[in-house]
Design a protein around this ligand. Structure first.
Ligand code: FES
Ligand SMILES: [Fe+2]
Length: 387
């Protein structure tokens, strides 16, 4: 049987309000065609999380990141500006650098064309006498990079809306945490055999916690937040940090500027499409879920504390309680995500029904379908009308 998997009528039941809705069909998690449409209609048109500004701490510090086949250099220049450039020489296209490092300029490994940290071509040996050649015309190709709270996002689409518009009222909601005053103290990667949506959906629902995290962090009960912009959140009332295991005594001071809901609980949030972050009383952590085709993803977890906390003399010792919590709960989510993918590989798998404890799973499906199916001519809902 062949059919057009981007035909909107195939998704009518997934498009119903939460209490009536079915889950997405299995091919949304298994098919190369659907995954290609997501890259085309979502990832190449939106803001992709790439890291924190403190990962390029000083002039000349750079790293490279692969965004859907595009190698991008992120670098801090001499004037403290941070740039993203396509990682391709303007002479004959050679890749300039791999991995991470520090340099005073980018010298191409092929014929030594040299670029300033701010992208200008400053050296092109042997090009004398070439008709009409001007170095000013051959700087590195810039890619849009914008930051919020010290988090860097890159957009491959020159015409997309600004990052702060994408974030909407997340900017105000999370202002009390002073993310810009934080530093990433540990990053950890997990290469998983599951579709990226499986991982984000799981991170955004509390329904699984009583089962999957029964013997670690335990049950979490959350309520959905109102949001304006391309993000969603649920909030869990809890007087103390949830970044350490139950029974541990809270060892780090709480962020003094928290108030209201930020002081009295934890937000679990997603900036669509694929950047999850949790904000609790004494720290925050993120999970970036990078698709690697339909059936794999690379999850990067970042642990982030205020600069003052990270500079405490006892930080290295005390933070182990936090790392132990994440190193316990995240592998539980990783394992269930791979089990879900394995189950969805069954040709007998049919769409199921969502519980009322999974509002963001439903919202995320609408967000994805709004974009993936838009290339197919119809826009059925705006995804926000079905809370
Ligand atoms: S390809 Fe880079 S200098 Fe020739
Ligand atoms: Fe979980």
């Amino acid at each position: 049987m062949t059919f057009n998997i981007l035909e909107p009528s195939l998704y009518e039941k997934a498009r119903l309000p939460l209490a009536q809705a079915e889950t997405l069909p299995r091919w949304c998690y298994t098919s190369a065609e659907f995954a290609d449409a997501e890259v085309r209609e979502i990832f190449r048109k939106t803001w992709n999380f790439v890291g924190r500004v403190d990962e390029v701490p000083s002039s000349g510090a750079y790293f490279t990141v692969d965004l859907f086949g595009e190698s991008i250099i992120v670098v801090r220049d001499r004037a403290n500006g941070i740039h993203a450039f396509a990682n391709t020489c303007r002479h004959r296209g050679t890749r300039l650098v791999n991995g991470t490092g520090r340099c005073s300029a980018f010298a191409c490994p092929y014929h030594s064309w040299t670029y300033a940290l701010s992208g200008e071509l400053i050296g092109a040996p042997g090009m004398e006498g070439v008709a009409g050649f001007a170095k000013a015309d051959y700087g590195l190709i810039p890619v849009r990079l914008e930051t919020w709270g010290g988090f860097m996002f890159v957009n491959l689409d020159r015409n997309g809306k600004p990052l702060l518009e994408h974030l909407g009222n997340a900017v105000d909601t999370f202002a009390p945490y002073n993310f810009e005053n934080m530093v990433v103290t540990r990053k950890k990667e997990y290469d998983l055999a599951c579709n990226w949506k499986i991982y984000v959906e799981n991170a955004m629902e509390d329904y699984h916690t009583a089962t999957v995290h029964r013997v670690s962090i335990g049950t979490q009960v959350c309520t959905r937040e109102e949001s304006i912009g391309e993000w969603d959140a649920v909030h869990m009332l809890a007087a103390t940090t949830v970044a350490i295991l139950p029974g541990e005594v809270s060892p780090f001071p709480y962020i003094p500027t928290l108030k209201g809901k930020s002081a009295g609980g934890t937000y679990f949030s997603v900036v669509y499409p694929n950047w999850f972050f949790a904000s609790t009383q004494d720290c925050m952590w993120w999970l970036h879920v990078a698709p690697r085709g339909p059936k794999r993803c690379l999850v990067t977890q970042g642990s982030v504390f205020s600069r003052e906390t990270s500079e405490r003399p006892d930080f290295k010792q005390v933070v182990q309680k936090y790392y132990q919590r994440w190193d316990k709960s995240i592998p539980e989510d990783n394992a269930i995500a791979e089990m879900q993918q394995a189950g969805l590989e069954s040709s007998f798998s049919q769409p199921g029904r969502l519980s009322l404890h999974e509002p963001v799973v439903h919202a995320m499906a609408q967000w994805v379908l709004d974009r993936v199916l838009s290339g197919n001519g119809r826009r059925l809902t705006n995804g926000r009308g079905t809370k």
